[in-house]
Design a protein around this ligand. Structure first.
Ligand code: AMP
Ligand code: ZN
Length: 136
């Protein structure tokens, strides 16, 4: 898609530190390197977010996530690794071509803290689960 920075990366129009590539998927280092090895896995096809990803794309994308995660583990032996995917501006998405962050963690103090600040306790969890299940 025109004017999409990640499409330009896939097409080689702008440079990237490529980590992995196959027919459907491309992986490269995040320019911001929240931690050493911070990688983005993206579909080659332009899809904005999880809702635009088709079911048949999900398998290849996650297979690549697994491969790259193992590679990061082998490379750097982090003590942990976060997978993160922001969908929509409200959720913190800034580049609107679907991507999954792989963020190796070397300490509890590095990277980001995936902690939700608000405590919405006292919810009826079984009801929430049932509502979601009803739509599966
Ligand atoms: P998100 O906020 O989840 O949409 O993440 C977008 C990510 O893309 C950020 O972590 C940026 O550092 C990263 N990013 C933006 N431009 C580039 C680029 N040219 N090469 C590599 N990573 C990029
Ligand atoms: Zn794109």
């Amino acid at each position: 898609m025109e004017n999409c920075i990640f499409c330009k990366i896939v097409n080689g129009d702008i440079p990237s530190a490529k980590v992995y590539e196959d027919e459907n998927v491309y992986a490269f280092l995040d320019i911001s390197q929240v931690t050493k090895g911070h990688t983005l896995v993206i579909p080659k096809a332009h899809k904005e977010n999880i809702f635009e990803i088709t079911a048949d794309m999900a398998g290849p994308i996650f297979e690549a996530v697994k491969k790259v995660a193992d590679a990061i583990q082998s490379a750097y032996s982090p003590k942990g690794l976060n997978l993160l995917n922001n969908n929509g501006e409200t959720a913190g998405q800034t580049v609107f071509h679907y991507h999954i962050h792989l963020i190796p963690r070397y300490s509890t103090e590095d990277g980001f803290h995936p902690v939700f600040k608000e405590n919405n306790g006292n919810q009826d969890l079984p009801a929430i689960a049932a509502s979601i299940k009803a739509h599966l």
